[in-house]
Design a protein around this ligand. Structure first.
Ligand SMILES: Nc1ncnc2c1ncn2[C@@H]1O[C@H](COP(=O)(O)OP(=O)(O)OP(=O)(O)O)[C@@H](O)[C@H]1O
Ligand SMILES: [Mg+2]
Length: 607
């Protein structure tokens, strides 16, 4: 035995001899026992894993949770709230519970708006990220509605090393018994909990590509606190018309009204206007107002080719807002007829990456030189918007900066039922924006601690106090209104976008007076900036034009040179042919002469 062990552990026999000599323990006696115990443990392990496998197969129900689906986030936030994960001895701590494969593909991960996974806890004045604990890899038992369930988190070995460490994770929940109803209930509860938290939020989804494959999918990118409608400053009548229209469309009776008349149950809105006039903001506010999710695709983004867009549209839920941004992107600006022509002569077009942005060509009489293949074409978009793939019951909102670039087919009634113009700020709007920034709103000063001193006072004093507060509020309001008028008087109407004004006011958000005093300066600098930008743009355009002309000239020259060469070549050829014809008798002659020479030579030699 010792000799054998010596083979595996060199020096073992020496050690054993030493132990026997000094401690009088015969290892030879214990080794078989140890081996037996080892064998038994091994067998037990094997038997128990076999037993578990069989048990799982026949007596348990299991739900597997995908890490690249939203249910992962939903379930994990539920798990984090459970007692068993608080008590787990080995656990994972996160500040953000979202699945890595989701999180990585967020479009604009915005810290301030990030309340997805965990609510920020306001602790004193400092914001702290809440920590959440979830059980780590392994099996964890827990009680749910007096049933024993098993939460299992394990490494995914199948998907190789192409994934990040945190993506290689599999999650399942199992219950004993062949009926999985309890699992379904758990999932429903998790979803309900998730939705409860999002009640005051506008959920924003963006069309992206899945991380593992390149399938397009809707990715939840953030949950924003719903923006009140009143904070988007727009002509009151237009706003009311829009809201009434959507309300009417979403009313329960409307769908049957549509279907009874054979009209597809869809409604589309087009918002147009210069950048920064509130088009996107209004769309978000609308979604929040009607408590609908909003699905955003920018047609100038990488995902927006025809195939991706079509599959995104088939994934839409029944009731939602779809926001198509920048529909004046290239490819859509030419008319449908030209589109067809382009397709017919498609071979001439240069291949382009999907999503490549081309300069929009506003002039419809002058189609762009290259129409990207694999990119969205107008007819493609039209098919998606009202083809088979399109869900009924959705609210479609399209935004653009250039109404005049759009094709009539895209904005005909049925596709676009209402067109809303967003203009630059007029005097009323300017004043309203000022008021919106400087009005004292509830919660501006952080959580109120009125309770402390209010409770100390008797009812009469308390009433007096609240009256005084009310008076102060009114005075404040009047002051802000007066200041707003003063500010608006300094800003020329229809020249600046609300975003620009808001930017200026925000720079002085604690000091309305300074905002007014610097208004003239703001007007000046913005004008100057704009002029500079325009000059720069013109310069760039001129340069591009020059370059184009230069290139054309170069090409022409090259062509000419080529032609010249061709000509030269053909001339040479001709000459050669001519000379060949002429030289034939000549060679004969020369041959004759040479032979005569030879003769002469021979004669010479002979002589
Ligand atoms: N009418 C408005 N009322 C209130 N805020 C506005 C308004 N217009 C713009 N803003 C503010 O300006 C910023 C930009 O607005 P938004 O993104 O809605 O502009 P947009 O019209 O979608 O611009 P773009 O055409 O460039 O997409 C936002 O912060 C928004 O709050
Ligand atoms: Mg926008």
């Amino acid at each position: 035995q010792l000799a054998l062990l010596d083979y595996f552990f060199p020096g073992f026999s020496t050690l054993a001899n030493a132990i026997q000599k000094y401690l009088h323990i015969d290892l030879n006696f214990y080794i078989p026992i140890l081996l037996l115990i080892g064998a038994l443990t091994l067998m037990w392990n094997y038997a128990s894993s076999y037993f578990w496998e069989q048990m799982e197969n026949y007596f348990m129900s299991v739900v597997d949770i995908r890490t690249d689906d939203e249910i992962y986030n939903i379930l994990m936030s539920w798990v984090a709230a459970q007692r068993f994960s608080q008590g787990a001895r080995r656990f994972v701590v996160n500040t953000n519970l979202n699945s890595r494969s989701w999180y990585l593909w967020r479009w604009d991960y915005d810290e301030d708006n990030e309340d997805d996974g965990v609510e920020d806890q306001t602790n004193g004045s400092k914001k702290k990220k809440a920590l959440s604990y979830t059980p780590s890899f392994g099996s964890h038992y827990f009680w749910y509605r007096s049933r024993l369930l098993l939460f299992r988190r394990s490494c995914n070995r199948e998907q190789g090393s192409s994934l990040l460490a945190s993506e290689k994770e599999e999650i399942s929940i199992s219950c004993f018994g062949r009926n999985p109803w309890i699992l379904k209930e758990l999932l429903l509860e998790a979803r309900a909990m998730h939705m409860e938290r999002d009640r005051q939020k506008t959920l924003i989804y963006r069309g992206t590509l899945r991380s593992s494959s390149s399938d397009p999918t809707w990715q939840r990118c953030m949950a924003r606190t719903s923006r009140p409608f009143s904070t988007v400053i727009l002509n009151e009548k237009t706003k009311k018309d829009l809201v009434d229209d959507v309300t009417d469309y979403l009313a329960p009776a409307t769908q049957s009204w549509y279907s009874n008349r054979g009209i597809p149950y869809r409604r589309g809105y087009l918002l147009y206007g210069p950048p920064g006039t509130g088009k996107s903001s209004l769309s978000l506010a609308l979604a929040g107002f009607f408590k609908m999710r909003i699905y955003i695709v920018s047609l100038s983004s990488i995902t927006a080719n025809e195939e991706n867009l079509a599959s995104l549209f088939t994934e839409l839920p029944r009731r939602c807002v779809v926001l198509l941004e920048d529909i004046d992107t290239a490819g859509l600006t030419n008319t449908r007829e030209e589109d067809k022509n382009q397709c017919a002569s498609g071979s001439a077009t240069e291949p382009m990456e999907p999503g490549q942005i081309t300069q929009g060509n506003g002039n419809t009489n002058n189609p762009p030189a290259v129409l990207p293949t694999g990119r969205l074409s107008l007819s493609g978009l039209l098919n998606i918007l009202d083809g088979v793939a399109s869900q009924e019951g959705r609210v479609l909102i399209m935004t653009t900066n250039h109404l005049e670039k759009l094709d009539k087919a895209l904005i005909r009634p049925g596709r676009v039922d209402m067109i809303v113009e967003f203009g630059l700020a007029d005097t009323d709007m300017t004043a309203a924006i000022f008021r919106a920034i400087f009005a004292r709103l509830e919660g501006d000063d952080g959580p109120k601690d009125t309770t402390a001193d209010d409770l100390l006072l008797d009812p009469v004093a308390r009433a007096a106090l609240s009256e005084e507060r009310e008076k102060k509020r009114c005075a404040d309001e009047a002051r802000v209104i007066a200041l707003a008028l003063e500010f608006a008087a300094q800003i020329p109407a229809h020249e600046f976008s609300p975003a620009e004004l808001q930017g200026h006011l925000m720079r002085h958000k604690r000091n309305p007076r300074a905002a007014i005093d610097t208004a003239a300066e703001f007007v000046e600098t913005t004008r100057k900036d704009r002029k500079e930008k325009e000059i720069k743009k013109a310069e760039e355009k001129r340069k591009a034009e020059e370059k184009r002309i230069e290139e054309l000239a170069k090409k022409k020259k090259e062509d000419e040179e080529k032609e010249e060469k061709e000509k030269e070549k053909s001339k040479k050829e001709e000459r050669r042919k001519l000379s060949k014809k002429k030289s034939k008798p000549k060679t004969q002659r020369s041959a004759e002469s040479s032979s005569s020479k030879d003769d002469d030579l021979s004669l010479d030699s002979d002589s």
